[in-house]
Design a protein around this ligand. Structure first.
Ligand code: ATP
Length: 355
């Protein structure tokens, strides 16, 4: 047996019944419901106000039932109804962001994955401690602007979609920078971005083995970001900034990518180190996660962020990806989550994949 994340009391609502897979109707919920349905689970859509009409357009992904609340903040008040329904909540980015990591963590309903990861991921300093202590390369942080030796990106804390991020080619270009809030100055890594979708199972006993369990790569995407991705068409950034046009990094879509095959071993090594360290620090980051980073021309992958749950880029691969096709046919990340619940249940190990 591995590390139990959930107490018996937390799992009492699942005793002797087939669990219902529940999530907030947003982000990657269509994929989560679709995957759960394919694996034979009932599904429950949590929605604010009436059920979203666009679900009617996707009958294979429409949840069996909806649970409506007046606002997102009312979701914790629905805890008893969720337990009565035998729900397992699958977190996604919008769910955690709208509710807030603390309120999400406090919900007394079984959650897929280890909710302890939220405290590590939502605090940029703790996230850096975790990844760097795992031996992962991250973009350098400059405490003293005089030490800057190349291009930098200035990130304000909590800048959603990188609004107000500031790019500077060198130290001199930062001379006129007047901060408007708390920020960090980070090395701007030159290279190509990759968002790698992994899945860590603490109960798997085959595949790419780790100290505990196994790691799978289920897909990879690159995000379309407005307005930075098309800004070059208007000319040099300095001129644009003088004209009052600032770069933003608001994700508007995703495109599929693959990595040179010779770089895959590196990708797995990095992901494995992060998982092994997460097991030491907080019992393990269970289930889907995404490594967001930049591959340099020297084939060094520098991770600027980790998302510790299903990411919206996986929506590209509802019927499989060039990677997941080599694990099992038609395996989306949503389906992989449902399959993990089914396997853990069959082995009486739900406490290791739920919290
Ligand atoms: P938060 O996750 O706190 O809401 P965010 O997602 O808006 O922040 P990041 O994910 O840190 O911000 O970065 C947004 C985008 O900026 C990235 O997708 C990438 O395009 C670019 N970027 C971030 N850090 C770097 C870096 N060190 N070097 C080059 N580009 C970067």
């Amino acid at each position: 047996m591995g590390i139990p994340l959930a107490s018996e009391a937390r799992l009492a609502s699942l005793q002797g019944r087939i669990p219902t897979i529940a999530t907030l109707c947003s982000h990657s919920s269509l994929q989560i419901f679709h995957g759960a349905r394919v694996e034979g689970f009932p599904t429950l859509g949590l929605c604010v106000g009436p059920p979203p009409k666009f679900y009617d357009a996707f009958p294979l992904a429409r949840p069996d039932q909806f649970l409506s609340v007046p606002t997102v903040k009312d979701l914790p008040g629905a805890t008893q109804r969720l337990r009565d329904a035998g729900a397992i909540i699958v977190p996604h980015g919008s769910f955690v962001e709208y509710l807030g990591p603390e309120a999400f963590s406090a919900m007394d309903v079984p959650v897929f994955g280890n909710r302890a990861v939220l405290g590590w991921e939502s605090d940029r300093r703790k996230e850096r401690d975790w990844l760097e202590s795992a031996g992962v390369r991250m973009p350098k942080l400059y405490e003293d602007p005089n030490e800057i030796t190349g291009p930098v990106i200035v990130k304000y804390y909590g800048a959603k979609g990188g609004k107000g991020f500031f790019l500077a080619k060198n130290r001199e270009a930062l001379a006129d920078f007047r901060p408007t809030g708390p920020y960090v100055i980070q090395e701007y890594v030159l290279g190509t971005r990759y968002y790698m979708h992994f899945f860590y199972s603490p109960i798997a006993d085959g595949g790419y083995r780790l100290r505990h369990g196994a790691l799978e790569l289920l897909g990879m995407d690159r995000r379309d970001e407005a307005n930075i991705d098309e800004l070059y068409k208007l000319g040099a950034q300095e001129e644009l900034i003088r004209a009052g046009i600032r770069p933003t990094f608001v994700v508007t879509g995703n495109v599929p990518v693959i990595l040179r095959e010779s770089l895959l071993p590196r990708a797995f090594e990095i992901a494995a180190k992060i998982i092994d360290r997460s097991v030491e620090l907080f019992g393990g980051m269970v289930g889907p996660f995404c490594l967001e980073g930049i591959m340099t021309e020297d084939f060094e992958f520098k991770v600027f962020e980790i998302s510790s749950r299903i990411v919206a880029g996986t929506n590209l691969f509802i019927s499989g990806s060039p990677y997941s096709d080599l694990v099992a046919p038609g395996l989306s990340t949503g389906r992989r989550i449902a399959r993990e619940v089914a396997q853990a249940r069959a082995q009486n190990r739900l406490a290791e994949v739920l919290s």
